[in-house]
Design a protein around this ligand. Structure first.
Ligand SMILES: [Zn+2]
Length: 274
């Protein structure tokens, strides 16, 4: 993901407005950012600290923006200096806060549901490991029979009658999809492209980031990725449209979280975390 031009302007403004009360003059925005990162290095992800401090100006700018947001109480994820969807979201919130003095409202007045009947853990890595075990542990995976036939999103001639996920979410996946079938029916499921499966278990890091993806535990599902691309917001993503409200309610009643509904990116994705 590219760093947006606005992020450079944002850093430039912070640099120009910085109270130079210790007689320190910075020769450039880049020097300023490098100094700030050095002073606040304890806040950087331990795993990425050296790479950030020795990194190029883009890596440093990304970490600087993440740090600015964190210092203002905006959830920034890991301070790793990678510009991915989470940092993009964080930056938009940061801009809004600087401009208006308050945090942006959630999209469509969406409020995260209290319902968590399966007691899913929070999305921090330590909570995930405590509940689900280590990422990539295939001994935890089981097959779930699908209540309606799905097609592989990238090869729609391949039909699926089951999918593989973490044993702790298997029953809930089955419940949710049965609810989807009961509500929409087969024909509507096809028309809405709810049968286009984009993957579940995948032992990988987050795109554009360094943290483990929830796919690495088999606790996240993707649907219709072509029309709900990772960086798209509700203005473009199909699953943000009104016809999909019930789809999301069904997952949310099982305690699952939509990154689209809560953060307005990655609308293809739903995960069994709070
Ligand atoms: Zn996903």
């Amino acid at each position: 993901m590219n760093i947006p031009a606005k992020a450079y302007h944002f850093a430039q403004t912070i640099y120009q407005e910085y109270p130079d009360n210790q007689g320190v003059a910075f020769s450039s925005k880049e020097t300023f950012i490098a100094q700030q990162l050095l002073h606040q290095q304890s806040q950087l992800s331990a795993e990425h600290r050296q790479a950030i401090l020795n990194g190029n100006s883009q890596r440093q700018l990304s970490a600087f923006i993440q740090l600015q947001a964190k210092n203002l109480g905006i959830e920034s994820g890991l301070i790793d200096g990678f510009w991915g969807p989470q940092t993009d979201y964080t930056f938009r919130a940061l801009e809004h806060l600087k401009e208006h003095g308050y945090m942006p409202p959630l999209w469509r007045d969406f409020v995260a549901p209290a319902s968590n009947p399966n007691n899913w853990p929070g999305s921090a890595e330590n909570e995930l490991i405590a509940f689900y075990g280590q990422p990539g542990d295939e001994s935890q995976l089981v097959f779930v029979n699908l209540p309606y036939e799905m097609r592989l999103a990238w090869d729609t001639n391949t039909r699926l009658s089951r999918l593989r996920c973490h044993n702790k979410v298997a029953h809930s996946v089955s419940q949710a999809l049965s609810g989807v079938l009961a509500h929409y029916g087969q024909a509507e499921i096809r028309r809405l492209r709810l049968d286009l499966f984009g993957g579940c278990y995948n032992y990988r890091r987050m795109r554009g980031g360094s943290a483990w993806s929830t796919h690495a535990w088999g606790i996240a599902l993707d649907f219709d990725p072509d029309r709900n691309q990772l960086s798209w917001g509700r203005d473009k993503a199909t699953f943000a449209k009104a016809g999909y409200d019930k789809w999301w309610e069904i997952w949310e009643n099982e305690g699952w979280t939509s990154l689209g509904r809560t953060k307005n990116y990655d609308w293809m994705h739903v995960q069994a975390t709070r």
